[in-house]
Design a protein around this ligand. Structure first.
Ligand code: IMP
Length: 454
């Protein structure tokens, strides 16, 4: 069977920990979208592993697959694999031949365009994600399978690189370097292709995964980023260029929707909100220079809010895994979660980071929005309207900081009562059961209520 893991907010909900936890029962962990923009930290045997492309299951001896819906930077891929090997692991990573390749000109153009866009900039990770998906949709992309065939690789590069060079130079006034040089790219990427072939890493993803399922294996489909930065269902244009939503799990792997739909779809929820990037955020507390629109150092209710934001940011370690940027933080946004529950069809929820909020006297959530004099319960379809929404806050009594490892050992009833009230409110509103509660960064610090593979 399959278990699909989806971020229900803006990314960074702690998906890695849940994948890691439930991944024990999985034989294969496949990513279905995104690329090396997805930072995740895996704690294993007291060691911390920071990965941005390799599926986290690979740290635990599972087969890690990068599906056809991913965009693959071979440099990052091999760097991560080599680092894991140096640390004594033997990662088994397969890459879909249909996946698109991130080339150096994609990264360069991501940076150049972000600077050019000013207010419309999404605050991207500058990993070349958007430009690579653009080329995929524009039918001028280079796929992993093309790296294995030098003639095709050269032909594709000869077509596309002069266009990219002209774009950089004539449109953006940049000075194209070797990232825009056909011969250099051909040599480098042909070598990556040789290594992929030598190590037997490429697969026909859908066929491979279906066979594993038919053989009785458990497959986990790991989404990166989150529903509200989905290119279709997110806060366009402040989004990533792929589909983190559960539909992406079928398109991005080659498994049929009926196959994925027979399994479980688990929404990962962070108990508050965090965001790396620009655009509105109705439940934001305080703000972050360069990301919060019109930030003047004194957002919202002023100093108290800034202090609260700093407290949550520091307690939760809310600094980007990939870029190190401080994340914007806010109260849980229920309209955002209702939107996610519908778009993904969650069968279960994992709610993380309730320990981070411990010690606060009061915990709030944005229960609904006030928009044009009316109460709305889900996100409006345009980001401009979303920016006009005022959050109607609901208040909960806070819970004390306790020994969370002990709570994890004892189980659900050991969670402080006020925190349980909070969790049950979220589950009731979303109509999905709680499968797990994250009470700390390690996977041992999780209260497991249900194991989807059992
Ligand atoms: P891109 O994916 O690098 O193109 O960035 C587009 C938007 O998605 C930006 O607002 C990023 O901050 C955001 N983003 C991309 N990857 C992640 C992630 O893994 N976690 C949180 N936000 C992300």
């Amino acid at each position: 069977m399959t278990v699909t893991i989806v971020g229900s907010q803006l990314g960074d909900e702690g998906k890695g920990g849940v994948v890691d936890l439930y991944g024990d029962a999985a034989d294969v962990v496949a990513r279905y979208q995104g690329g090396d923009n997805a930072g995740h930290t895996v704690v294993h045997g007291g060691e911390k592993y920071k990965l941005s492309l390799v599926p986290s299951g690979a740290v635990r001896g599972k087969v890690g697959v990068l599906g056809n819906g991913c965009v693959v930077n071979p440099e990052t891929l091999f760097d991560e694999i080599d680092t894991l090997r140096e640390r004594g692991l033997e990662p088994d990573v397969r890459v879909a031949e249909r996946a698109h390749v991130i080339l150096p000109y994609h990264r360069a153009l991501d940076g150049i365009e972000e600077d050019e866009k000013e207010d419309l900039a999404a605050g991207t990770t500058k990993r070349g994600i958007g430009p690579t998906y653009e080329d995929k949709a524009g039918r001028r992309g280079i796929r992993v399978g093309d790296l294995l065939d030098p003639d095709t690789l050269r032909e594709r590069l000869e077509y596309v690189v002069p266009q990219k060079r002209a774009l950089a130079k004539e449109v953006f006034g940049a000075d194209p370097d070797e990232a825009f040089d056909v011969d250099h790219l051909f040599e480098t990427y042909r070598e990556y292709g040789e290594r992929l072939a030598e190590e037997g890493m490429t697969v026909d993803c859908g066929t491979y995964l279906q066979k594993r399922i038919d053989d009785g294996d458990n497959v986990m489909l790991e989404g990166a980023q989150g529903t509200s930065i989905d290119i279709d269902h997110g806060i366009y244009p402040y989004v990533t260029s792929s589909n983190p939503t559960a539909g992406g799990a079928t398109v991005g792997t080659g498994l049929g929707p009926t196959v994925v739909g027979q399994g479980e779809v688990i929404g990962i929820v962070k108990a508050y909100l965090s965001r790396v990037g620009t655009g509105p955020l109705p439940t934001e507390l305080g703000g972050v220079e360069g990301q919060t629109p019109d930030y003047d150092g004194d957002q919202g209710a002023g100093e108290d809010e800034e202090e609260l934001a700093t407290y949550i940011r520091d307690e939760g370690g809310e600094y980007g895994t990939v870029t190190g940027r401080p994340r914007r933080v806010g109260w849980l946004d229920m309209p955002m979660l209702r939107h996610a529950a519908r778009a993904n069809g969650f069968t279960g929820l994992a709610i993380n980071h309730i320990d981070v909020l411990a010690g606060l006297e009061e915990v709030r959530v944005g229960h609904s929005y006030e928009l044009e004099g009316e109460e709305v319960l889900t996100m409006p379809p345009t980001t401009e309207k979303w920016g006009d929404c005022e959050a109607n806050l609901k208040s909960f009594d806070g819970w004390a900081d306790v020994d969370w490892s002990e709570v994890a050992e004892k189980g659900y009833e050991a969670i402080p009562e006020n925190a349980r009230t909070y969790l049950e409110y979220v589950a009731d509103e979303l109509g999905a059961s709680i499968y797990a509660i994250g009470v700390g960064p390690g996977r041992e610090e999780t209260v497991v209520v249900e194991n989807p593979y059992e």
